[in-house]
Design a protein around this ligand. Structure first.
Ligand code: BGC
Length: 449
């Protein structure tokens, strides 16, 4: 077989391995809803379906709130003003980077760092923006909540491995750290996942919004559910709406190919976050690296000496895929000499194959949740989406939309995918405002208004 014949055969094989066709999407949706049902009923499921003890805002909430938003290595402290008419504005904000070393430190050290960031933010803005002592804490990891302002970390994701936090109440840990920084009059009014923040931020101005999705370093979603359909919520009126965090990154009824399996084996959390490892920005670069190494080994791309450029784990990121797909010569910018246009074209094609699957799986997961709420997609669903993949990856949205068109034809127009930048941070303030009249630890349900 000629060189190009062998290359083409290999690419067809990769397209099959990373394929996610209409039939697979339909099966995925049915398994996904099955897991949603089990999770809601409190049975063993890869979808945790965690109640957030909060419902959607009505748009008239107002005041100024302070928020602490830990999404991953990005930490933001900010104050947000809600005008009571659906308008939210960030009045002060500061961004911090969590040092790599803290991702493997002790909980005490990590939470002390968070409290120091709050303190230094207050030093900068003490005069005008700190009247509110109610803090909303967006913590973007799987946490089982037992009230709007308390929750136990199930396990770390996204490369974090901080000791002494799993199994603990992260609000209590933050409160202790704040008091070690002498910030004693702060009350953590609400704890929220970033998906919930994103939904709340969008919903504050758009009441049709009924889903929050993150497609960034990690991936996950939330939607509003009737309390009566959620296990162990008998103390809440059954028609009351509670936002449920799916933790869909851990969905596991999806087939892994040999590259997914290799990535999983070498990860910090083998066996966990199966869907996240196929979809989210943290892993797409690593999938690409594993495929490229395989192509070098098979003799269909570059040559064996150039293997060294792809040796280091996690040395490629989703940005590499997006730049390659957009036609940039990333091989030269990586300092690899003597590569051809053909090499770059193949790299772009592999990037497309991996990212298109991610987008199609994400769309199918959204479809599963929307059709759970509205089986025949009779009404418009505004879906608040935040995260770098959705915001910045050239074809991500288009690939998601074509999956929805394949699934539902004309009715796919009822899926309104809305970019909601900064959603989790602004949403945290909305959550604090809603929490002020909801259900907090040591208090009765006070949410009926
Ligand atoms: C976490 C979720 C989070 C998502 C997006 C995942 O790794 O488990 O809680 O919402 O990342 O940040």
């Amino acid at each position: 077989m000629t060189d190009s014949g062998q290359k083409e055969k290999m690419m067809t094989h990769l397209e099959e391995l990373f394929g996610f066709d209409l039939e697979q999407a339909r099966t995925f949706i049915s398994f996904f809803q099955d897991e949603m049902k089990r999770g809601l009923a409190g049975n063993q499921s890869s979808l945790k379906m965690i109640p957030s003890y909060i419902g959607r805002p009505i748009g008239s909430e107002q005041g100024e709130y302070m928020a602490l938003d830990l999404g991953g290595t990005n930490l933001r402290v900010l104050t947000v003003r809600l005008d009571g008419r659906g308008g939210a504005s960030v009045t002060a904000a500061r961004r911090f980077t969590v040092p790599q070393s803290l991702m493997h430190a002790t909980g005490h050290e990590l939470f002390d760092f968070l409290a120091r960031c709050v303190s230094s933010f207050l030093d900068d803005h003490s005069s005008k923006n700190t009247r509110s002592r109610h803090l909303a804490f967006t913590f973007s990891f799987p946490v089982v909540q037992n009230a709007v302002n308390s929750g136990i970390l199930l396990r770390w994701t996204k490369g974090f491995a901080v000791s002494g936090v799993e199994g603990k109440d992260v609000v209590a840990m933050l409160a202790d750290a704040l008091s070690r920084q002498c910030l004693k009059n702060f009350r953590v009014a609400a704890l929220a996942n970033d998906t919930v923040g994103t939904l709340m931020a969008k919903c504050y101005a758009d009441p049709d919004c009924d889903m929050g999705v993150i497609l960034g370093t990690g991936t996950n979603a939330c939607y509003p559910e009737k309390a009566g359909r959620i296990a162990n919520m008998s103390n809440v009126p059954e028609n009351r709406e509670i936002i449920v965090n799916l933790e869909w990154g851990d969905f596991n009824r999806i087939e892994q190919n040999i590259f997914d399996q290799a990535l999983d084996r070498q990860s910090l959390n083998p066996g966990a976050q199966r869907l996240e490892k196929m979809v989210s920005g943290m892993y797409l670069g690593e999938l690409l690296r594993l495929v490229l190494l395989n192509l070098i080994e098979k003799g269909v791309w570059l040559n064996p000496e150039q293997r060294c450029h792809f040796q280091r784990i996690h040395s490629l990121s989703s940005e590499h895929l997006s730049r390659a797909e957009a036609g940039e010569d990333i091989l030269s910018s990586m300092g690899i000499p003597g590569t051809t246009k053909e090499d770059a074209a193949l790299l772009a094609r592999v990037s497309h194959i991996i990212a298109a699957r991610a987008a199609r799986i994400a769309a199918a997961a959204i479809a599963a949740v929307v059709t759970w709420m509205d089986e025949n997609i009779e009404k418009r669903h505004s879906i608040a989406i935040d995260g770098s993949l959705f915001e910045k990856y050239p074809q991500f949205r288009t690939n998601m939309e074509s999956m929805l068109v394949e699934l539902y034809g004309g009715r796919s127009a009822h899926f309104d995918l809305c970019l909601t930048p900064d959603g989790s941070a602004v949403g945290a303030a909305v959550i604090a405002a809603v929490a002020a009249k909801t259900y907090t630890r040591d208090e009765e349900w006070v949410g009926d208004s």
